[in-house]
Design a binder for this molecule. Structure first.
Ligand code: SF4
Length: 180
């Protein structure tokens, strides 16, 4: 079974739907456009201070499942190579979401790097937060995937996670699913 790094700490039921019913997802095209715009702004920002290097899809394999991912950017600056994950947001939160940090942490593991940063972009504002590889967070991330793997293996449908439904591409499907 293959999970993606970007799925870490997301709604477990959403992950179940992604794996079993990917064609039932209704992706809002606006969300993709916003993501692309975020990457464009990030690229302009990064080019001022870093050499930009290509990123590659990488996989970490475990006994029962794999985790695959590709960071948005891999840059070379005065701290050596770092990976960068970009998040385009409407409003800057007080702190970046834990799942974004965990996603970046997985990329650090995949790239064998010690440090990377998140770029949160809101309008003209760009916030850069630097994160070191965290072994504890990595273990928790694997536990998260492992729990989902076990539920699926035992034929159970994972519970949903409150608070992520508003922009969920499976919102309608999930509602119908609950009624059936
Ligand atoms: S609608 Fe909510 S509970 Fe259902 S899959 Fe989406 S995020 Fe999870």
């Amino acid at each position: 079974m293959n999970f993606y790094a970007s799925w870490v700490f997301r709604c477990p039921r959403w992950i179940y739907f992604k794996l079993k019913f990917p064609r039932s997802e209704r992706v809002n095209p606006g969300i993709k456009q916003v993501g692309d715009l975020g990457e464009k702004i990030a690229l302009k920002f990064l080019k001022k201070n870093y050499e930009i290097h290509p990123t590659r899809k990488r996989t970490i394999s475990f006994r029962q499942f794999k985790v695959t991912g590709k960071p948005d950017f891999r840059v070379l600056g005065e701290n050596g190579f770092e990976v960068v994950e970009v998040k385009k947001v409407s409003v800057l939160r007080k702190f970046p979401k834990k799942r974004w940090i965990a996603q970046l942490n997985l990329y650090l593991k995949m790239e064998g790097l010690d440090e990377g940063f998140l770029l949160e972009i809101s309008g003209n504002r760009i916030r850069r937060t630097r994160w070191k590889f965290n072994q504890g967070l990595f273990r928790n991330s694997l536990r998260f995937y492992s729990r989902i793997y076990e539920e699926l293996r035992n034929g159970r449908i994972p519970n949903g996670k409150v608070g992520e439904c508003l922009n969920c591409g499976f919102k309608e499907f999930c509602r119908e699913f609950n009624f059936n």
